[in-house]
Design a protein around this ligand. Sequence first.
Ligand code: COA
Length: 256
Amino acid sequence: MGESSILESTQPETESYEKPFRIETIDAAETAPVLERLEAEDATLESVEILGPEEFKKGRSFKIQKRRREWLAARLAAKRLLNWRLQQEGIYLKPSQIQILNKENGAPSVVLEGGKIYDRCMISISHSRGTGVAAIAPPDCLIGVDLEAIEPRASSFLTIMAHDDEWSNAMDSDLTEQTRLWTLKEAVAKLLETGFTIGFHDVRFPLHGDERRLELHNKAAAAFERINSPVIHFDSFVQNDEVLSIAYTAGEPAHA
Ligand SMILES: CC(C)(COP(=O)(O)OP(=O)(O)OC[C@H]1O[C@@H](n2cnc3c(N)ncnc32)[C@H](O)[C@@H]1OP(=O)(O)O)[C@@H](O)C(=O)NCCC(=O)NCCS
């Protein structure tokens, strides 16, 4: 498989340029009332209110409460964004009429009441420590989002995750830098809709001076070509001991 390299800076853009995406974050406290209704022994679709039938079934099926909570938090975040997006098109639906299910590859899929797939936007989801985050991109744009706690990671994981070209002195001890690199890779794997069926080193962010730039190799390069090689931009934020990274395209002409 051929290699391809795209040179996009991961430095945050400072100008007041309006981003093409929107993000919504829902924490455990905001999720609690719906979670309580969902976990009630006599819960019904009607009593939970916010979920559609397939979501209700899935939400009730989690064995671990942490998973159920963060899955729900992300659904609430995504429904808020979709409600906003659909209203722009003059479509007014209740949250239970907008379901966020998953495609076979795991990527989110928006299904409206009646079973119609809504594909005039791309949604990406991440969860961490009970918080759910969703990001939405307009038609013709792609997006991937990842939220991870800044915490120590095993050196065995770091050496597998990071390629030699991505290693810097900061990577030895800076937990924020380690987390940022991981979230950037996950965000790209979601934008490409491959997840980590591709190798960790297939999405690579070598250092160029102070900044990292994206290189795609092997299966990631092939997936990038399948989506017509768009320019990919990045944002990373640190908030509440977590890193949130977003990879997105902005509808610009593709790389040559
Ligand atoms: C996609 C992936 C990187 C997600 O990372 P994660 O750290 O587990 O979890 P996050 O909370 O950041 O993201 C989870 C969300 O990613 C999204 N997602 C899953 N697969 C995706 C894909 N192929 N493309 C885009 N998004 C995907 C889902 O929306 C999921 O949330 P949901 O289940 O509530 O809908 C990871 O699940 C993966 O690599 N999957 C592919 C390989 C695989 O299936 N391995 C088996 C498990 S090890």
